[in-house]
Write a protein that binds this ligand. Sequence first.
Ligand SMILES: Cc1ncc(COP(=O)(O)O)c(C=O)c1O
Length: 439
Amino acid sequence: MTNKNTPIDYSIVNKKIKETGLPAIGNATIREIVRLVNNIEKETGEKFIRMEMGVPGINPPEVGMKGEIEALNNGVASKYPMIEGVPALKKEVSRFIKLFLNIEVDEMGCLPTVGSMMGSMAAFLVANRSDHNKKGTLFIDPGFPVQKQQCKVLGHQYESFDVYNYRGDKLKDKLESYLKKGTVSSILYSNPNNPSWICFSEKELQTIGELATKYDAIVIEDLAYFGMDFRTDYSQPGTAPYQPTVARYTENYIFLISSSKAFSYAGQRVGTMAISNYLFNRKYPDLKRYYSSDGFGYSMIYGALYALSAGVSHSAQYGLAAMLKAANDGEFNFVDSVKLYGKRAATMKKIFIENGFKIVYDKDEEKPLADGFYFTISYQGLSGAQLLEELLYYGISAITLDITGSERTEGLRACVSQVNESQFADLEYRVKRFNEDHS
Ligand SMILES: Cc1ncc(COP(=O)(O)O)c(C=O)c1O
């Protein structure tokens, strides 16, 4: 970096980066960037455009909090919740899946988890142990780095590929090249995708589903951003169009439905996992190596979920149940409540593009990408790691795509959730200065 006259005091940023002790700030994890930027903000008194972490920037819905308070007043805090979930939540999850995905999953297979994070952990614990010939998870990347960390700590093998060059018709051969080895227990992707915000087409989901059936792999469909492809209105219960899902093409699926983003409920750490009826009832003799039963659903509840946390916070389950009920009854449009992320993304992308940046993942096959919770950027001549570091001097923080399994090493992920509209003028000024100094 040659220019030392930067919007944020050059010497302080430089000093704080050095103080992290990290060999390359571009490879830092999300939480490391958060800490660094907190430190720079504190010392300079300047507010950053914070795009590194996907924290919801919206208040939690009143209906959820009311549900929790009511449950607490009824004394649930002293009681252990059932591991498989309180009946009120199981009922509303099953209804939600019917009304917003148009898929039938019995209440039995609708299970609360401590956030989707626990959902993926539990899914790996059972899916990846169901067949001794299989080895672990195939991640369709880019993706959420912590899920690979979960596989690592469990000692499960995993493979991954960046889907950037394998959209549409090209997906089949690529996916099959992994599956035909016969070692893939589970396939995981998020849709809409964190970090790229690509959304799979029906054709792509069909490919994934049909190949999962053919090679008997279990799809873990991470719907952390349920309904948030704002190009299509998925917000009306019981009315098409429905959120796209692999469940239309295979019976081998587990949904992970987080409440963190779509319901702005990240703090309560409550989400749900829903196991297809077929998979829930299926027997896998190899599960007996780890669990007392060969039943998939039984092993999930009384093996994995019991071992992990013996249930989910009682009141949080009631909070989520209340929000889902309101959504199912058409009284709470959860999609509308988060639409402002899409509007923010549209403005922010425009500011970056007008100042020399490019959107890295820019298309769903032929369709322009949706504006949503995340977008990806690059700047000519700089690697993602360099770009991340240089942008810090301009008061802008993000993470590299590198750490998400993306092969687009030039790119950064930008999250819009913490950027307030009142900061757009600052963003424009800083990005403009960056471009002037680098072009
Ligand atoms: C794709 C994806 N999956 C899962 C999660 C975790 O969700 P939760 O907060 O429900 O654990 C996130 C959060 O950022 C995510 O982006």
